[in-house]
Design a protein around this ligand. Sequence first.
Ligand SMILES: Cc1cc2nc3c(=O)[nH]c(=O)nc-3n(C[C@H](O)[C@H](O)[C@H](O)COP(=O)(O)OP(=O)(O)OC[C@H]3O[C@@H](n4cnc5c(N)ncnc54)[C@H](O)[C@@H]3O)c2cc1C
Length: 429
Amino acid sequence: MVDVVVVGAGLAGLCCAVRLEHAGLSVKLLEAEDAPGGRIRTDQVEGFRLDRGFQLLLTGYPELLHQIDLKALRLRPFTRGALVRHGGRFHHFADPFRGSLGAALSIAVNPVVSVGDKLRIARLRRMVKHDDPASLFKKPEITTRRFLEEYGFSSKMVDRFFAPFLAGIFLERELATSSRYFQFLFRMFAFGDAVVPEKGMEMLPRQLAVRLRSGTLETHTRVSAIGRNGNGFVLDAGKKGSYPARHIVLAVDDGQVRSLLGPQDGRNRPSRDLVQWNRTTTFYYAAEHTPIDGPLLVLNGDGPTAGPVTNAVVLSQASERYAPPGTHLIAANVVGRAPQSTPQIEQLERETRGQLARWFGADVARWSVVGGYPVAHALPLCTHAEWQQSNPRLMEGVYVCGDYRETPSIQGALASGRRAAESVLHHAS
Ligand SMILES: Cc1cc2nc3c(=O)[nH]c(=O)nc-3n(C[C@H](O)[C@H](O)[C@H](O)COP(=O)(O)OP(=O)(O)OC[C@H]3O[C@@H](n4cnc5c(N)ncnc54)[C@H](O)[C@@H]3O)c2cc1C
């Protein structure tokens, strides 16, 4: 019998298992898939590195400071600001999260952002930089869209910049996500950079996985049931056998928690309601020439009527290791859709390519598709956000963690895994 079995080797489970082992406990980490990483995996296809859904790391995430060796990841930053496609043209939008007021003059004629908007951004930036994360999560909570409107931003600024920019982060277009989380993210952009590890996002979970003792992680091991075993538990993993443990940590989504634990009494319910999932699809294209210079996010400032693409980026401009020499890798992201059948995926790809051709011209016809990732369970919809308040201890011996318990992000997954480990250590001693 081990001290703790952790189920699920996404970031939360990895981080939890590493901490528990570091504290001297015996740990098993069971993962259903063929490798750790959960929602952060990188496939290698014909020399391209394809993250399973385009993602970014924000270096401002507080949790990274204590848990991740950022230097070892060899981070590659994206250029601050964005290129907004609107009205048949691209408009360069200089860093909205750090820009100086002086820059307001140069954007006075910009159709996306007015001087008034620029001043409001400066005010918001001062506010989020002044308050620490915990206080931002105590502020009144409304939807992000309503917050932006009540803050006085023009509809041009909301529709042409904030909506596509934030949709790409929240992975939902309505901006129904909590205004507290939006303000936290604004702070992250004001303080840090948006980056990818040189060799793909998977380097992040891999860094945690290599800290585990040999034999701790077992892949291809799907836990199908959990029973009581005296003062502890026994986890059934089919052909892989059963695993007795004194404590268990479920680092899986809340649907899995419910199905593994069975119906709980009201006091011990894993969460009030099952989370709703935001969906997204990333198509990856190989191209001989880059359509834009530099690692700059291109935003659809015309809205969904212009096509399905929310944003696009040339990943090989951030890190040349994402594509073989002499080629480029473009990621085009469609927020809100994740078709599952091949004909539907192909249809969405055609629509995506059509829109990219309107943006970047005839060369797009020569791009080849190197991957398509429709992710139906990409991010938990976050309409209510608190700063590290949820209790990871569900009942005696049973703990839960995962991004859905904190904020829908790498920050949330890491914080949640750390807090679950701390709770186990507190109660196990
Ligand atoms: C397309 C996309 C884009 C994103 N963009 C960003 C971004 O730009 N910035 C950001 O900060 N975050 C982003 N995220 C979110 C971030 O990736 C997640 O918040 C984080 O990876 C969640 O980690 P987790 O450990 O909570 O859950 P998961 O990664 O989902 O881990 C759960 C693990 O449990 C395993 N499991 C489930 N059931 C069982 C079982 N019964 N037995 C054994 N194992 C089981 C699963 O296989 C999985 O490995 C994005 C996510 C996606 C999908």
